[in-house]
Design a protein around this ligand. Structure first.
Ligand code: TRP
Length: 452
């Protein structure tokens, strides 16, 4: 039985840091800024913040409490509380399987940029078209993807993630400090102040249901919600650790880093493009296009760029390691595989799923699934379809099957539940209704794209 030898985090700080370590990754540094730039700047930021303190708070509390209550990970937890909802655990488990491959493609891009900077060619990366030439080639994106995924697999196979975690705990504060420095620098670049305004002033004319969907998907992704991860983390949490304030701290940490990353990328992107919406809406490549240009402008940019990409690589590795761990443990438990076999199986599966993503902007450029290149498709199907479905069903499960009281009692084991009313209203009414509305409109949207 897995709960017999379940170890636990020593205290609140250990728990918050571990959960935040899983939450902070490429989602904050790479994904958040490009979405903010694409979906109208300030309005995206505002919608994101509102969702974080309502949806994000309620779902994270629910997931951690579910884990702590049952002392099981997602698949077991739903099953233990209600046999009919066992499928929800499996559905949640599907998400990391889809995310890991394309996460590793982006991890490969980071590795490529790091090596470019280390080898003294960082400033070439600032030239227009460098990024596009890179992702539209064939060998390179595959090579860097395999290298990154291989690195992740080796760490998981040899179980040395404790070492990586230790290193990244030291690196995380440095990453935050360096990002702040880069953000301040980029704000003061000529033309960037309009970009800052674009990033922080909501323009309500730019509001659309797609903004909400994108912000919601990003919230789940960034906080590792709606995929069972936080249930697993909760299962390791001691009963006496204050659950509600831990959730608050993880949220502040995760959102804070995303905000700083946005400040680093969005104003500069605005300045370089003169606010051209086509450039701002560029998508996944935004950070890779913009940052080298900032470093190019900066005294000592080569060294600062190198340091920055080292730090980002570590933040990304801790996330992909924990993603892979999750998938490997599912394979071990459910397919009765040994750990080594499971590692190999997950590696092969991820290579197979990741290759189309790595090639999707190059030789496979002609192939689009419902209008998306492969990488964007995997991103869309996990963040905008499966995760909202998991989140919706989790709300139904808690609101109407086991009832919110089950979660409230669990939270109150360690402290008073201050936002209890908000929690109940969000879980029972607001979240399910909004998610369904958003899902329907997003599916319609996707089919619109297909027609074009
Ligand atoms: N939240 C992580 C990020 O922002 C990405 C992520 C999604 C993740 N699911 C995960 C990390 C599961 C670890 C485990 O980059």
């Amino acid at each position: 039985m897995e709960n017999n030898k379940r170890s636990s985090f020593t205290g609140k700080l250990g728990f918050v840091l571990a959960a935040a370590g899983s939450a902070v990754g490429l989602g904050n540094i790479w994904r958040f800024p490009y979405l903010a730039a694409k979906y109208g700047g300030g309005i995206f930021l505002l919608v994101y913040l509102i969702l974080a303190v309502t949806f994000g708070f309620a779902l994270m509390t629910a997931e951690i409490a579910l884990g702590r209550k049952t002392k099981l990970s997602a698949i077991g937890a739903f099953k233990a509380l209600n046999n009919k909802f066992a499928f929800l655990g499996y559905l949640a488990a599907l998400v990391p399987i889809i995310i890991l491959p394309y996460y590793s493609v982006i991890g490969g891009w980071v590795t490529k940029y790091l090596v470019t900077f280390i080898s003294g060619n960082g400033l070439n990366a600032a030239s227009n078209g460098f990024f596009d030439a890179f992702i539209s080639s064939t060998g390179e994106p595959i090579g860097w993807f395999l290298l990154y995924l291989g690195l992740t697999a080796l760490v998981v196979l040899f179980g040395v993630e404790k070492g990586i975690e230790k290193v990244s705990k030291i690196m995380m504060p440095i990453l935050i400090a360096l990002s702040l420095f880069i953000a301040v620098y980029s704000i003061f670049m000529p033309g960037a102040i309009d970009g800052v305004l674009y990033y922080i002033t909501p323009d309500f004319r730019k509001f659309s249901i797609t903004t909400v969907l994108a912000a919601m998907g990003q919230l789940f992704y960034s906080m590792s919600l709606a995929m069972g991860i936080m249930i697993t983390y909760g299962s390791y949490m001691k009963k006496k650790v204050n659950l509600e304030s831990s959730v608050g701290q993880i949220e502040i940490f995760d959102t804070g880093i995303a905000f700083i990353a946005g400040l680093m990328v969005v104003p500069a992107a605005y300045a370089f493009s003169g606010g051209d919406p086509a450039e701002l809406g560029k998508g996944p490549g935004l950070m890779f296009d913009v940052l080298p240009k900032i470093f190019d402008n900066m005294y000592g940019g080569q060294i600062i760029g190198t340091l920055f990409f080292i730090l980002v690589l570590f933040a990304a590795l801790t996330s992909s390691i924990s993603l892979m761990e999750t998938v490997v443990s599912i394979f071990c438990d459910k397919l009765k595989m040994g750990r080594k076999t499971a590692c190999l199986a997950v590696f092969i599966l991820s290579v197979a799923l990741g290759l189309p993503s790595a090639l999707g902007y190059g030789v496979l450029d002609g192939i689009k699934i419902i209008g998306f290149p492969f990488l964007d498709f995997f991103d869309f199907i996990s963040n905008s379809i499966i995760m909202p479905i998991v989140a919706f069903l989790t709300c139904i499960f808690i609101g109407y099957i086991i009832k919110p009281k089950a979660i409230i009692d669990e939270v109150e084991l360690s402290s008073k539940f201050r936002r209890k009313k908000l929690f109940v209203i969000v879980i029972k009414y607001i979240a399910p209704i909004c998610i369904v509305a958003i899902l329907i409109s997003s599916v319609l949207d996707a089919f619109e794209i297909m027609k074009i």
